[in-house]
Design a protein. Sequence first.
Length: 147
Amino acid sequence: MEEAVLDEDVESLEEQVELRTHSDVLHAHGYHILTHTQESITLKLLSQQLVHLKESGYIFSGEFLTAGAFCAHACVNDPEFTLIQIHHDFLNPIKEDGEILIKATLIIDGKIKKIVKIDASMNEITLFEGEWVLVKLTDEVSIPKDS
């Protein structure tokens, strides 16, 4: 599998990646694609660009959920798939500035259901991890509701 990898310029890699979904999120949140294959994507984001809570100084956990959701969608890279479930663990809250790496890896690649493993780290410390579940919604397939 051929992998697009950042050599010199983040913008040149982002121009090479054919992101078919959520490209507006990529630019609005300042995410930078470092690697991209059909089965994975790695992003870089800078912690100083994220929302820090006034009371504690820690990065707001919602920032990680947003980045994880973007990574899951970009990894699947199909606009017909919708995020329906997240299983995650926040392991190490952070305050300091630095580069956060978020990697999404496709672990189940079904025609209707896909599961993406997400790992985020900074300085080799795992910040959060989890699995994001996406399904393809069609006229025949919809999200079941509990009775």
